[in-house]
Design a protein around this ligand. Structure first.
Ligand SMILES: NC(=O)c1ccc[n+]([C@@H]2O[C@H](COP(=O)([O-])OP(=O)(O)OC[C@H]3O[C@@H](n4cnc5c(N)ncnc54)[C@H](OP(=O)(O)O)[C@@H]3O)[C@@H](O)[C@H]2O)c1
Length: 181
């Protein structure tokens, strides 16, 4: 969407029950669906939500991992935050280096209404510390990982968030949506 005056920034990630978003070896089998286990749950259908996303924002490590796994962001505009000169791989990808408040206020706001920040931990924590996240959407996977990359880390900052929605899925995943308190 073009011509937006400000963006809504949604932090979206999949986390284990114990709060990790990646294993140390980067393997992702922990996210595999265990099949239908929760009778009262709904079946996931993210098509409408995905269509409403105007732009993805990624840290450079998430970008590199996404390229290895097979690009999941289609042709939706994607901004990769990095201080390095990374090779351009797709027309929909642009790179950004510098101040994150400027990224949101000057680069994204005039162009995109609905921005999804999809990782990783380092970039997500930077956005949260700076108060640049409007909504948190967590998909909680039904697994304890024991160790790995912690979603929130030690930010040293207390923030109140208001529960907006809870969805339980048949496969045992739970989606929690919060908006800034
Ligand atoms: N479970 C999930 O939903 C989920 C989602 C996304 C990612 N992941 C996983 O998380 C891992 C990657 O996360 P990560 O925390 O290690 O890295 P990340 O946040 O994806 O990327 C970190 C990099 O982004 C850039 N960056 C971050 N904050 C910045 C800032 N404030 N200013 C400028 N540049 C900044 C830097 O790039 P340069 O070093 O290039 O300057 C930094 O090294 C991968 O294993 C990925 O698969 C999981």
């Amino acid at each position: 969407m073009s011509g937006a005056m400000r963006s809504t920034v949604t932090l979206h990630m999949v986390a284990s029950l114990d709060g990790f978003i990646a294993r140390k070896d980067n393997s992702i089998s922990w996210m595999d669906s265990p099949g239908d286990v929760y009778e009262k749950g709904v079946t996931a259908d993210g098509a409408e939500v995905l269509q409403s996303i105007d732009c993805y924002v990624l840290g450079s490590r998430t970008y590199e991992h996404a390229l290895q796994l097979g690009w999941p962001y289609g042709d939706t505009p994607t901004v990769v935050v990095t201080s390095r000169q990374l090779p351009s791989t797709r027309k929909s990808v642009e790179f950004y280096s510098g101040d994150l408040k400027r990224l949101v206020g000057e680069v994204l706001a005039p162009r995109y209404a609905n921005v999804w920040l999809v990782g990783g931990a380092m970039l997500g924590q930077s956005f949260l510390r700076l108060g640049l996240v409007d909504e948190i959407r967590l998909m909680i996977a039904p697994v304890l990982l024991g160790d790995g990359l912690h979603l929130f880390g030690d930010s040293g900052v207390e923030q109140k968030w208001l529960l907006e929605n809870v969805i339980g899925y048949k496969d045992g995943y739970v989606e929690l949506a919060y908006r800034r308190g």
